[in-house]
Unconditional design. Structure first.
Length: 105
């Protein structure tokens, strides 16, 4: 999971994906538009059976008067690294100890 300092609007341009917060998770597909509030911890990526492409804009910066061409590319402020041990066990995947110690959850 990661967070950004600005609101985002994510546009799904290809495939099928998942958008998740700590409170919810939903499948999204081509044409879907998702609002992600500033500072909300979230994650997005492809479903197991599809590729996934998206683009996004920082809405609040533009609404506050910034020209879209002047809005810089912004990296997430923080990343969380989570390991789903239940899923790993279900597919008989052993997670090395040096990877486990790096996980946030």
């Amino acid at each position: 999971m990661h967070i950004h300092s600005s609101d985002q609007v994510l546009f799904v341009t290809a495939g099928k994906g998942i958008i998740a917060t700590e409170a919810r998770q939903e499948v999204i597909s081509v044409g879907d538009v998702v609002h992600i509030p500033a500072e909300e911890k979230h994650w997005h990526g492809a479903t197991a059976d599809s590729s996934f492409s998206h683009c996004f804009i920082y809405v609040d910066k533009i609404l506050k008067g910034a020209k879209p061409a002047d809005v810089p590319i912004e990296q997430p402020m923080k990343f969380d690294f989570g390991i789903n041990l239940k899923a790993a066990k279900a597919i008989n995947l052993t997670i090395p100890p040096n990877v486990l110690v790096r996980a946030d959850r």
